[in-house]
Write a protein that binds this ligand. Sequence first.
Ligand code: ADP
Ligand code: ASP
Ligand code: MG
Length: 949
Amino acid sequence: MWFTSGALSTFSPAIFIISGTLLLWLRRKMALLTPVSSSYLPRLYSQLAAYDAAVENKSRICLSNASSTFQRSLIYKAGLSSHLEKRESCNFKVSASVTTEVSTPEVSVKLPIVKGDTWAIHKFGGTCVGTAQRIQNVANIVMEDGSERKLVVVSAMSKVTDMMYDLIEKAQSRDDSYELALDAVYEKHKLTAVELLDGDELATFLAALSLDINNLRAMLRAIYIAGHGTESFSAFVAGHGELWSAQILSAVLRKGGIDCTWMDTRDVLIVNPAGSNQVDPDYEESEQRLDNWLLKHPSKVVVATGFIASTPQNIPTTLKRDGSDFSAAIMGALFRARQVTIWTDVDGVYSADPRKVSEAVILNTLSYQEAWEMSYFGANVLHPRTIIPVMQYDIPIIIRNIFNLSAPGTKICRAPVIEVEEKQKLITYVKGFATIDNLALVNVEGTGMAGVPGTASAIFAAVKDVGANVVMISQASSEHSVCFAVPEKEVKAVAKALEARFRQALSAGRLSQVAIIPNCSILAAVGQKMASTPGVSATLFNALAKANINVRAIAQGSSEYNITVVIKREDCVRALRAVHSRFYLSKTSIAVGIIGPGLIGATLLNQLRDQAAILKEKSNIDLRVMGIIGSKKMLLSDMGIDLSKWKELQKEKGEKADLEKFVHHVRGNHFIPNTVLVDCTSSTEVADHYHDWLHTGIHVITPNKKANSGPLDKYLKLRSLQKQSFTHYFYEATVGAGLPIMHTLRDLLQTGDKIIRIEGIFSGTLSYIFNSFVDTRSFSEVVMEAKAAGYTEPDPRDDLAGTDVARKVIILARECGLNLELSDIPVQSLVPDPLKETASVNDFMQQLPSFDSDIATKRQAAEDSGEVLRYVGVVDVKNQKGVVELRRYKKQHPFAQLSGSDNIIAFTTERYNKQPLIVRGPGAGAEVTAGGVFSDLLRLASNLGAPSC
Ligand code: ADP
Ligand code: ASP
Ligand code: MG
């Protein structure tokens, strides 16, 4: 965390310790200091504390430690570099060269001729060699690689290392089922070999296997009797998986005609224990042993065991869990290989753990530093220590999927050219996200810490004394508190050590407390130049805030590769999805909730089903239906409902409808930044929620007329909220279905035109009825025909009463700024008075013919004057009135020319005065209404930033 103090602007040099490599940074220049392990941290702090005290002008202005132990930074004011360089006692050798690149310690060894870039290294993980068939597949890939020389590093067959550790566990706890478990290990390898090999190769392997198993049995027996096994015993037992898989694979290659030898890397690779479950390779010694080995084994193809090594005393050890990647990288460095290919079961390094974020994308390239940070933060596709050995010699690593050879994989190499992706530019800076769970935060607080040199050093010395690994450090600028994260299992010991160390300061009140915040996780964003690019942190924190995730601590490493936040563990996956989607998903990803999958709703779902993929592909608009709710059941999905079978899914997985839960779900899905609820009901109850939804940032789209034609005060409240916020409320389909009525009206108003009158045939049903009410036909006959054709509501009185038209009139009137209530609109009902109360639809239909004469007379009178009857709605803006009634129009008037169930709307305005602006077309029916709703969805996307195309 950066913090200011006085003359911050004057600082320029900085020191970085990068996973054991201390770097000195002088304004865009990096000087390399020799590696230190993270356990040097307390010593560094105390050196710096001494320095603080020694220099006249106290100069520490920033302490920050990005969560990877690879990268810790302490920023000092100008002048520090020379002090540090001179400080012999610091134990960090400062290299003379000042360079922009990270260089590495020279290993002065004479290179035997056989080493160099004729070698290609391949590493196959456990799943790659999990079965006989897969081992054969691996052999084929090796044979197909055209490299002159090949070193193939193999893991144990999948699960075997777990089985081996389990044997030790069982023996130590005197559980004699280890015998059976050992038999299972034997059987597994025997069967695999039998399937792949024959003749002498098979006999040789089985003999070696039996010998190993007998030795292991004896050893496990000893552990069983003692009830304890040493670490070297465990390492010896655990490494057998690799011994066997390497022997099998090399025999398979020989069977395929390849001149191949297998290497027991315990004979070559020498490592020293480095504390906290790590080992450091002894490159010099290993290189010598490798030269000797190569002299004796001049094969061009070597299969080497991953994971295992020896101590300088030749005691078998391991590179710790998942260490085969590290083995391959060390071999790459020892051989000065051309490249190291790590074969696994995924297409490469994803932008986030694909098991947690299904939206994660494959990264084509990563710099060494980026890969370093990603792996440190739990991207277990790569062992965190894999990078250092290859980086020394600029050897690229390629991560590839053995099950998908067509995928090119991820290339990890020296800072690749930043790819300019077509999507957001920020993506080029943020490469990936990763998390570490099971951490606790320790907060040491107190006013007495400010300005007291040595406090940080004392804190970390105490932490080091209990052997805890500090994952992240953050210090507030006031120096009032120092906060750091350690693994949860170590936090108790850390707290105890700190309390003991600071007992006096605590009782004197100089320190107020040592607080522990358990159940934390770290979320890291990793990417080149990220931290120095304006907007990246803002976007990250904004995404977290929108997902309602509280950030407990922050660290931003000055290396610019990492921004780290500490959050509650239960928020971790949600946070990961939220930030990932913000950087990787299209800006116009919208979570859609469909309310009312009736005729219009279901049609809309079909339209979305057919169009969603195209929109995503062509326009970068990602519409995901996260929920569908009907009156009885609802269907919820975390990633988006498969719209090709939503009805079946609703039957299978639907739950009881609960609107509150539904809204919470659709909105609560924080990996999609925007939410819209589409109300396809005609319910007043649903419409009553719009205000609250808009208030919480949920966009609303609807063909439901109830909100805009309901009580005026509610309507005005809704519209004023809409105007104040950035939340959108669209209702194009409330008038004229899919016809651009509201849109046209809004455009006219917004461009300064003055509306004089809107007059139109707004009811498709009544349009049909009057268009067909010609010649000798009776009115009731036409109504019956319309009903039979499905043009009317189930009860045709709902159409004939004119209320629906009145609602449209009021919606248009209010849009024009008239403050009218529905009751202010006089409506001429076409339902004869005596039939208004008639109980059933059938009764109504039967009695309607007896009222035909009245309307027939009106029609005839119109006809006699060369006119037709039309049922229209009128908004008279000038006189601030509206009306719904039957009117007569000359036969040449556009309203008289209609056919079928078309709507027609005429806008008479100051600009369109002599000739009104006319919109005409089908104004009813599920397809066009759903189409109107759909166009509102696209309008929303465009308002949210979708490209205009
Ligand atoms: P192997 O046995 O081949 O070494 P691992 O299981 O160690 O394979 O590593 C591969 C796994 O890492 C993948 O199956 C994937 O689930 C997981 N993983 C976690 N984070 C990432 C990431 N960011 N990119 C790719 N894979 C990841
Ligand atoms: N077989 C070892 C393990 O499972 C090493 C590896 O596969 O990377 O930990
Ligand atoms: Mg692995």
